[in-house]
Design a protein around this ligand. Sequence first.
Ligand code: NAI
Ligand code: MG
Length: 484
Amino acid sequence: MRFYIIQPQYDEELQTSNFLPNLFNPADASVIARVSDSDKEDISRAVAAARRAFESGPWRRMTPSERGKYLWRVGDAILEHADELAELESIDNGKPRAVARVADVPLAADLFHYMAGWATKIEGNTIPISVPYAPGAHFHAFTLREPVGVIGQIIPWNFPLLMAAWKLGPALTAGNCVVLKPAEQTPLSALRLAELMLELGLPEGVVNIVTGFGETAGASLASHEDVDKIAFTGSTEVGKLIVHAAAGNLKKVSLELGGKSPNIIFKDAPNLEAAVAGAADAIFFNHGQCCCAGSRLMVERDIFDEVVAGVSEKAKRIKLGPGLAPDTQMGPLVSEEQLNRVTRYMNLGKEEGACYVTGGRRAGDQGYFVQPTVIKDVRDNMSIVREEIFGPVVVAESFNKPEELVLKANQTQYGLAAGVWTRDIAKAHKVAAALKAGTVWINCYNVFDSALPFGGYKQSGWGREMGHDVLELYTQTKAVVVGL
Ligand code: NAI
Ligand code: MG
């Protein structure tokens, strides 16, 4: 195994002697790397570097076309280093290398390629105005879409490289400068990405990656007086702390938070086999460590037993193993903390009287593996039904009437995503319209694209990432009026 010692890139004067606790390989708890544990002062230096770059550096002033070309080359560089980045992602996060190689890495590259195109297409409007109190006067009025300034970005550990791409791509295409704090569990791919960006000639200070803990580095970034906007992905609990921290200078805030997403299968699903496979993928992909995981499986009564048996069969057949082993289908959870959190929920469900069709405990005694788990006979007030578990654990419930179903599906503080499986086109659209969720997948699940906006209703977040919607988060509108 390689051993990485990585220092922050952003400031040559920086003399950091503090390190985070060792980074562990989640498959066997061995040490893989040490990275700097940055504090408030390190964050301030990074913010100052970003501020200098924004106010007087070339990034904002270069032509949009040049900026776009640069971002395109970042996408190319990610693809050129795809094997290396997939390996880093696998040893740091635990996910299968093969999955990172076909999903995380190409999606990250595609995000930069997609955002590269936007650099030249961020436009304002010309607006005919009437001004009732100025009869006879003439004006030429228009809007400019300007970058917001210095952006703080805090990302989680479930898709480390992809989350860095989701955050950096749109911020940079709009001309902003960034300080990004990766999750303390998984900083390696963001650091490598920043290195690749430097090699491509990114002007100094435009991107600053600062490693450190949430409570220290993250909190300092969220409350920093010279940060104009903070973008956060992670738990709803920390999302609320970010909102408070941002109040000091009223920086703009966008949040992509947790979920407890319903995946609804009607008995007229076009292909039950595909629906069962989709339901398994909805919860087991990335070991259930997805904000949009289909963690509440809702099945029409007539086919409930068949679907639950099918998903359980798939769960039992999943090959657990280290991320780097070629035949691994599911790796370990990311950390000991997550192992404890997920197994605590597994135990809680048993105490609350739910029925475990399969799984329900830690797998093996080395590394942070848990069994893919399917649970039925649950009640609405159980914590396993209400709270985000963030592991490969699905609760299955049956329903009879579509009206009850929609009420029940929406009975959650979250609203990130939902799945609907039916061949009845009218029913599909009616249910999709009634679901309070930022994404609804019909006869599919986990379909992502750089062009599709993603984000949450209710306590799943503020704002939308990707697509052209994300540009709202990284630009601000200036109205200019010329008296003629
Ligand atoms: P977290 O929300 O604590 O961590 C996410 C990021 O926020 C990390 O970079 C962390 O360093 C940072 N952070 C933590 N506390 C902070 C603070 N006070 N101020 C600023 N930044 C802070 O999530 P954690 O503890 O890793 O996982 C706990 C639960 O959160 C998971 O079990 C899961 O339910 C949920 N989660 C949801 C994610 C999503 O994609 N929506 C991603 C990761 C976790
Ligand atoms: Mg936390």
